[in-house]
Ligand binder design. Structure first.
Ligand SMILES: [Zn+2]
Length: 366
């Protein structure tokens, strides 16, 4: 298996187009054409993780957090970032980061948190806008099914839990083939009228190139008539954070207890208890305080994330229970998720979980 094959698969699940502008989800170092026999999954890629990869003979480390965020101007080993990259390059170990694009994925960082918490009816808390397009195309009626199926095949026509969604209307098209034309139907130089179907199909922007390419391949006409229109709609399955419901409402203390068991915590920073039951829970792995407002608008009883600042706790306004469980702790299941995703697709090589605890934050409990 080449590194490129693994990356292509991961990018079907978490397309790079959906990472934040500050992010660096990418192959950070390494030769993507190399064949590898095992992968190491980690939350952070540190020198210790590279040592582990050397020891376990893994040619690729798939990490959630990119070790390099901004460009490097030198590579001399003066800090932990440079030392990690140098060690990886010297040992022929590739590093691939899958960060905010995995945060935004329907089967990503937040999905596994929701599962671990036993939440139902999971939805994206802040769906991304402006990433949906609509294709309108005009196909001779007898080829409509073939074109439609080709578009479905590459993933167009998915709306929430439904696939193969399209709208189809009968009509007729006209054309007059010029001297250089090779018309599929009709005669050169005479106005032709053909029964056609107008097909409308929605698709997310990372599929644009493949949608256009299969449209042109499957459509019988020499010149394919189509429009691609950018939509303002939200994509219900791509975005930040998630929200879900507990099977039954429980007290705040019971919920704090449950969260500390699920995440194996000795400490939770939280806002004042409000004396109301917890049923709807919003959450975001990592630094999710920017989603507090969304969680409150959607009437979540509790919001779990990491990296809340002192002043941000006041924003709860006695309406929601903010629970800051720590950045590392909130994302601790991400390596397990990566392992699960890779094992689902590839059966011929080993996918290992890193045993290095990379959390740079330690707690002193007296
Ligand atoms: Zn993070």
């Amino acid at each position: 298996m080449t590194i490129q094959e693994i990356i292509s698969y991961l990018e079907e699940i978490a397309p790079k187009e959906y990472q934040e502008s500050y992010d660096n989800s990418n192959l950070i170092c390494g030769d993507k054409t190399l064949e590898i026999s095992s992968v190491l999954c980690a939350l952070d890629c540190t020198e210790d993780v590279i040592d582990e990869a050397i020891q376990k003979n893994c040619g690729l480390v798939v990490a959630h957090h990119p070790i390099v965020f901004k460009g490097l101007k030198s590579l001399t080993g003066e800090n932990y970032v440079e030392r990690t990259i140098l060690k990886a390059i010297k040992s022929d170990i590739a590093i691939y980061a899958i960060h905010t694009n995995l945060d935004h994925s329907w089967v990503g960082v937040n999905r596994i948190i929701g599962e671990k918490l036993g939440l139902e009816n999971l939805k994206i808390l802040a769906p991304k806008e402006a990433i949906l397009y609509k294709l309108h195309t005009y196909v001779p009626s007898n080829s409509a099914e073939k074109v439609r199926n080709a578009l479905f095949e590459v993933g167009a026509g998915d709306i929430g839990a439904y696939s193969n969604c399209s709208f189809n209307a009968d009509g007729y098209g006209t054309f007059l083939a010029g001297d250089e034309a090779k018309p599929y139907v009709g005669e050169k130089g005479s106005l032709h009228q053909e029964n056609e179907m107008r097909i409308e199909i929605i698709f997310p922007k990372h599929l644009k190139r493949s949608v256009i390419s299969v449209l042109k391949e499957s459509h019988p006409y020499e010149e394919v008539a189509y429009d691609i229109v950018a939509l303002e709609n939200e994509h219900s399955r791509i975005g930040s954070g998630m929200i879900g419901e507990l099977k039954e409402a429980i007290s705040e203390n019971e919920f704090l207890e449950q969260a500390s068991t699920v995440f194996n915590l000795s400490l939770i920073r939280h806002t004042k208890l409000l004396g109301k039951p917890i049923k709807t829970v919003a959450f975001c792995g990592g630094a999710g305080s920017f989603l507090l407002n969304k969680a409150m608008i959607k009437k979540a009883d509790a919001f779990i994330t990491g990296d809340f600042k002192y002043h941000e706790f006041f924003d709860a306004e006695n309406k929601i229970l903010i629970m800051d469980i720590g950045h590392f702790e909130s994302e601790q299941f991400t390596p397990e998720l990566l392992k699960r995703l890779l094992e689902k697709k590839f059966h011929t090589f080993a996918v290992l979980l890193s045993g290095v605890k990379t959390n740079p934050v330690h707690y002193f409990i007296s």
